[in-house]
Design a protein around this ligand. Structure first.
Ligand code: UDP
Length: 323
């Protein structure tokens, strides 16, 4: 039986990965410091014999007794609001944390996959983004703490691969959505759906002409699994190339939720990328992967998740977000 360590296990992506590897018949070790993660996301796994959980910050030395075959490093804040609130932890988890996990992988002779991001491309000047594009990143802007930590993460992961011969995988994740996203994390999808459910206007930042390409979480998890099991040590984009402006996305959410509210416009955050779309040629050819769930289907599932949350959560989270 294979044993896998998943960091960020109580987060949005981490918890879906825990589910997937439990289904695959692995023994899953979850780890999370619970700063942005929530134990509710993995509550259903806690009683399983094949699941164990460590409440630990991977920026500090990581000790896991016993054998490990795989490590997935998914611990990190992942929204611009979080980077502003916890910039130092954001830097540390993808630098010091990645270093600790690479050391652990070496000691255990485990294969490690690290979660990188489309943010390594910054505000991209190449469109759609291919893996050989080096990016346009402002190191000292508000997103720099995330973008540069993730770029360092890729560099140190590659160095462990070339210098130590460690089996490493790097996935560059584009905007992903689905159940268990945090309602108050500031990301556009929970923001719009939360606003619709509370009967508030939808806040578009800037004029809404900026684009994103949204991938449903199950598609992403499948892409990650295929990459983990492949021989590819170069970075691979995983995301859905279906691109949409934020203004059109707001219209889709208004239709989906039936809200009578309107859109209002707020300032565009500093360094907000103008366009983003993954070129997934590499994932298609190496992994035989492409997304299967279209936005209409994915949004419906995600909306059902949010509207079935206890009502007080809608408002509790909202207050915290407003602080
Ligand atoms: N955005 C928006 N209204 C919101 C939250 C976000 O218009 O209430 C915009 C944001 O400025 C960005 C896009 O939606 O252009 C996606 O933002 P998100 O934080 O989800 O992800 P990222 O910018 O990291 O792709």
């Amino acid at each position: 039986m294979k044993r896998i360590l998943i960091t960020g296990a109580a987060g949005f992506l981490g918890s879906h990965l825990c589910d997937r590897y439990i289904k695959e018949g692995f023994r899953v070790v979850g780890m999370d410091n619970l700063i942005t993660g929530d134990l509710k996301n993995i509550e259903h796994l806690m009683k399983l014999e094949n699941f164990e959980f460590y409440h630990h910050d991977v920026s500090k030395y990581v000790h896991v007794p016993g054998e490990l075959n795989y490590i997935l490093h998914f611990a990190s804040p992942a929204s611009p609001i979080d980077y502003l609130k916890i910039p130092i932890q954001t830097l540390k988890v993808s630098s010091l944390g990645t270093h600790n996990l690479l050391g652990l992988a070496l000691a255990k002779k485990a294969r490690i996959l690290v979660a990188s991001t489309s943010e390594v491309y910054g505000d991209p000047l190449v469109h759609p983004q291919t893996e050989d594009y080096w990016g346009n990143v402002n190191p000292v802007g508000p997103r720099g703490v995330y973008d540069e930590a993730k770029r360092f993460q890729e560099a140190i992961t590659m160095a462990y691969h070339t210098y130590h011969g460690l089996e490493t995988r790097i996935v560059r994740i584009f905007n992903t959505y689905g159940p268990r996203m945090r309602l108050n994390d500031g990301r556009v999808l929970p923001a719009f759906i939360g606003q619709a459910l509370r009967g508030e206007d939808l806040t578009i930042f800037g004029n809404g002409s900026q684009t994103r390409s949204f991938c449903y979480v199950d598609d992403l998890v499948e892409g990650i699994h295929r990459l983990l099991m492949s021989n590819e040590s170069q970075p691979v984009n995983v995301g859905n190339p279906s691109e949409i402006t934020i203004a059109d996305f707001a219209e889709e959410i208004i239709k989906l939720t039936g809200t009578k509210q309107k859109v209002i416009y707020k300032d565009l955050p500093v360094d907000d990328p103008k366009q983003r779309q993954p070129d997934i040629t590499r994932a298609r050819s190496i992994l035989g992967w492409e997304p299967k769930v279209n936005r209409q289907e994915g949004l419906k599932i995600t909306y059902d998740y949010f509207r079935n949350l206890p009502k007080e959560e809608l408002f509790k989270d909202h207050k915290e977000f407003k602080k």
